[in-house]
Design a protein around this ligand. Sequence first.
Ligand code: DP6
Length: 332
Amino acid sequence: MNDAARTLISKAMETAKPPVEFSAYAPSNIALSKYWGKRDAARNLPLNSSLSISLAEWGSHTTVRPSSDGRDHVSLNGETLSATSKFAIKALKFADLFRGGKDIPLVIDTRNTIPTAAGLASSASGFAALTRALCGAFGLDLSESEMSLIARIGSGSATRSFWHGFARWDKGEAEDGSDSFAQPLAYNWPEFRIAIVAVDVGPKSHSSRDGMNHTVATSPLFATWPDQAEADCKAIEQAVADQDFPVLGALAEANALAMHATMQAARPALSYLTSDSWAILERLWQARQDGLEAYATMDAGANVKLLFLQDSEVNVLSLFPEAQVIDPFGAL
Ligand code: DP6
């Protein structure tokens, strides 16, 4: 299989040095225009482009170092994981792309700064930080676009986690995936805010990967998604460029609801949103009728993420006192 990301890693590894300890950070991100559906599962290529905002200091710190006892070790948030845990298997499989069959035992230590109560997935920041840490440990001199291409193998949303602020992942056209990576958008928007309204549910029933594959395979509504998502992505980028918040918010909310509609039409239906998520949306829509300028987006989970500008923060918090507010440009 001709895969640009795998070829890039093996080429770079030809001149790699023996690994040294290297630590890296990557922020998590939330898509304003979603990635949902793959055109190529083996290369993890998307059917549509997507656009995100990074979550500043909410993300993953990952350290990679050579292991001194000849065995791999993976730890998460300070806890050593068994080699058979899902996280360890995924992280080591990703490291294998770099090791290329060679016996190079590694220690991989990841710490997420995303509050557990926020219930946000950390695969985007996790694979971006792991990519940065592995490249650093092996002394590979790769650009962020190249690292974004590589992180895509781990998780699509990780392509967008190499920068603060807004990023766009172009779906690309090439069969080998060489043009499918993300780039930062050079727009600063200091008033932009995100709030996470956490809905308390157990571990999610379906990973986003399984959920999107099931939707593509069975949902009659999916046929209209790729073109709509592509158009939304362009329009949201324009709204970012214009700093037109009402347009951006309305588009982001419509895009998220359209994505969830494709899942609800899947057979059998797939719903990440619970009655609590809908109750939050209804409260938001009522407040919007009363003049609050805030919008919602939801991913492969029950939590609702609110988008608003700084001057609405007090009103958002009085409506949702439990919400956790993120200032995406604040830490820059
Ligand atoms: C709903 O990036 O987790 O969050 O590429 O299969 O690992 P894989 O999927 P993943 O999907 C993210 C889906 C989403 C929308 C988005 O972040 O764009």
